[in-house]
Design a protein around this ligand. Sequence first.
Ligand code: F6P
Length: 533
Amino acid sequence: MQVYMTPELPDDVTEGLATAVRALRATRLDALFAHDARRVEQLTFAGAGLVADLSKERITPGALAEVLAHAERQGLREWMHALFAGEKVNQTEGRPALHTALRRRDPAPLAVAGTDVMPLVRATRERMRALAAAVAAGERRGATGEPLRSVVAIGIGGSDLGPRLVCDALRDPRTPVVTPVTFVSNVDPAALARALAEADPATTLFVVVSKTFTTEETLANATTARAWLRETLAVSDVSAHFVAVTAAVDRATAFGVDAGSVLPMWDWVGGRYSLWSAVGLPIMLMHGADAFAQLLDGAAALDEHFAREPLATNLPVVLGALAWWNRVALGHGQRVVVPYAHALSLLPLYLQQLSLESNGKRVRRDGTPVAGPTEPSLWGSPGTDGQHAYFQWLHQGTDVVPVEFVVPLASTSPLGDQHAMLVANAFAQAQALMTGRGGTPEAACPGDRPSTTVLLPRVDAWHVGALLALWEQRTFVEAVLYGINPFDQYGVELGKTLARPLLAALRAGSDAPGTDALDPSTAALLVRARAAR
Ligand code: F6P
């Protein structure tokens, strides 16, 4: 039997749910299969071309139904309706979270504060299309009159991870990209320096993506890029080389971006949910408008499934319910996501921001503490590489961590038969985690370790759109179950504030303002860093 952290259940769970939790904490996975011949069928769910097999998880159809009933009591249906209708589901910031409007196919109006946002969404997409087409046709020219042929996208967090993931996922070695895009996010100057080393200043377009246009990393990189252009091209007006995507148009124009080259974002779209907006411009530039349209279509199909499918067979709902179950009922403080697709290598990184910035919270919507634990940590890397790193720990370590295998069933690569090896390895790892094996103490694997397998037909724009929207919606379902607001992120602000006086101290010396009250550890680190400068 595995060792479980068994947290206290929240007070508001029913006796039926509490009984299911107690029973399943003490039940092995193989026993669940032995007692239910229809287990695989009953715990396999499909939607928007994706299939999820939950049968290797420590849950039964009955326990899942209890969690779904609990979710209904937490108001899941009402919250889903509020999300799609543009109500202020982000109540701390007094805003809707209307990322679904960005991929919505329904032509009906959708009002935010009395204004129909759909014409704004469509007009912005048209401007993105025109801009990407102009670059592709060599019609957008830089300060020296040469066509701009390649792009450096500058942004961080939600203004970087989604487009970076999709741009990478859709690369097909057989088809040249429309316009090459390099991403720069880190404030470490090494990141921008590497991108600039490969770039021709006369033909490089910088796309600066920042919802607030105040993010220090992004502004520092954009400012350095602007100085590099001025110096290398020996001209002072380099505005032709800049496009901005932001909700703060005035700040972007003050930076020196022409008003006609600023694409809008809106405060009713959260940064980590924004890749479907003009934040996705790098995707259109690199892979074309059709690929971007397919991405939106896949996400829209998932949204329609989420909005209409009964809760019991609703893919994001059951996956969100399972996540809550694994965390709150079984006490798993981590989860691992392993995409068996080189094209989805960046998925774990993207999901870290989506799930941890959304649900890494400890108070409920009304400000009172959450009774139990919330979001587990999330990490992972592509298979099969991960098998040669941390899978030893997954199979024989002392912690039990649910794994999610993401497996495309067909390859988009023309080479050989290696894709069959990839799929076989994914299935074998899930099997090994569950069944284990006997042997000497050193060789034995305990098994009984849970996993979910998510299948997609292939990594194409449509299914990537569906997969990412699935994760957005299941993150929302989890938030409803925890009772928290997934759309703010106050926790990331403290570190940013504390960095300012430390930066001043590094640059100016020991008498810099605000550092005299430093804790001894940080003060000592600062002394070492100053000495090394
Ligand atoms: O990490 C904090 C955060 O505010 C994210 O939520 C956001 O995606 C990122 O910074 C970038 O913000 P901006 O788009 O305003 O530059």
